[in-house]
Design a protein around this ligand. Structure first.
Ligand SMILES: CC(C)(COP(=O)(O)OP(=O)(O)OC[C@H]1O[C@@H](n2cnc3c(N)ncnc32)[C@H](O)[C@@H]1OP(=O)(O)O)[C@@H](O)C(=O)NCCC(=O)NCCS
Length: 328
């Protein structure tokens, strides 16, 4: 008998209704398509239509419904929902419970996970452990954010980088017999260090500007250095741990914050860019949404083939970062 492991059996993403190009932003703030593209690789981002009732829940549910359908599971098979987000609709009721309710996952326990942009990677790490331990057999992991709610439109360096988005994956139990062929999560590594210098924060209430509460601030240059170093190290650590060489990797799926960060990480690791999935041009940085959106897009396009090795890495506020190796 093989060992008890976990694998991804379904993926899906939700589409925020509004597409906002760099030129659209340039009508509102002092910026240009040329500046944004050359510094970040971003051409457009999507925002949920808050005025017409679209929320983090709607896009998360859209992704989760697709993932559930792909898995072929019954909603009652799902015994846990992990919702990875830094921007739930409200602190309570928790976001995972809202998703459970809309989807009719009557038997599922619920937990919100906030590891900022690394949320979904942390979520997969937890789901893998919960499945391997025998505590759960089928877990819905959702990752997504609606950063428009915390963007400061007076800070042009930061507000142009982000978009809204969410995606989902179903993590299910599997029996592993042949590690080179059978779909499974090989392992994951997660890390954290306090961002003592407040390089990436959501500010507390500022008495001088009471209207400007809970807004995102970032020291882009510092975060750039942290993100490249940490993601490259996390990738090296998991490959060493799992005795996998860079040449064996079929796809690298990095957090989509900025094309220059992605290229730097690929360069550190000697991965050709053809092996690196990039969609930051279409979505911007959707925080906890980037990885599940990438996986769902790749799956829908038929890019993920059974038996391939996928290396996922992420970095986010906190700071939090990590890596995960998946045999698809
Ligand atoms: C944010 C980032 C793109 C800024 O790039 P940069 O080259 O460091 O830019 P700077 O902040 O030094 O600004 C350079 C110039 O562009 C200007 N500028 C800043 N934002 C601008 C914008 N949106 N449009 C036009 N000009 C802009 C600045 O005012 C500055 O002008 P100056 O030289 O006349 O003073 C870059 O630091 C970065 O990619 N950081 C990583 C951020 C990230 O992705 N974090 C998330 C990780 S989870």
């Amino acid at each position: 008998m093989g060992s008890r492991r976990s694998k991804i059996v379904g993926t899906g993403l939700g589409y925020p209704a509004r597409i906002v190009t760099n030129d659209d932003l340039a009508k509102k703030i002092d910026t240009s398509d040329e500046w944004i593209r050359s510094r970040t690789g971003i051409a457009q981002r999507r925002f949920v239509d808050l005025e017409n009732g679209q929320t983090i829940t709607s896009i998360a549910v859209e992704g989760a419904e697709k993932a559930l359908k792909m898995s072929g599971l019954d909603p009652l098979d799902i015994s846990f929902v992990l919702c990875c987000t830094a921007t739930p609709e409200e602190w309570m009721p928790i976001e995972a419970a809202r998703i459970k309710d809309v989807l009719g996952l009557e038997r599922a326990a619920c937990l919100d996970v906030n590891a900022a942009c690394s949320g979904f990677l942390y979520g997969l790490h937890l789901a893998d452990a919960l499945v391997k331990s025998g505590a759960h057999a089928h877990i819905l992991v959702v990752g997504g954010d609606v950063f428009q709610r915390i963007l400061n439109w007076e800070d042009r360096t930061t507000c142009v980088l982000f978009g809204d988005g969410a995606g989902a994956a179903i993590v299910s139990v599997t029996e592993l017999n042949d590690p080179k062929k059978d779909s499974h999560i090989l392992g994951s590594r997660v890390y954290a260090a306090l961002d003592r210098d407040n390089n990436l924060t959501v500010t507390k209430k500022d008495p001088e500007f009471p209207a400007r509460t809970q807004l995102l601030t970032m020291n882009g240059r510092e975060v750039f250095k942290w993100a490249t170093k940490c993601m490259a190290q996390a990738c090296m650590d998991i490959m060493t741990e799992q005795k996998i060489s860079p040449e064996e990797i079929d796809w690298v799926v990095p957090h989509q914050a900025n094309i220059r960060i992605i290229e730097k990480v690929a360069e550190f690791l000697n991965f050709p860019m053809e092996k690196v999935y990039v969609n930051v041009d279409q979505w911007g940085n959707t925080s906890a949404g980037t990885i599940p959106i990438c996986l769902a897009e790749m799956n829908d396009k038929g890019l993920l083939k059974k038996g391939q090795l996928i290396l996922v890495t992420s970095f986010g506020g906190g700071f939090t970062w990590g890596s995960i190796l998946i045999r698809w």
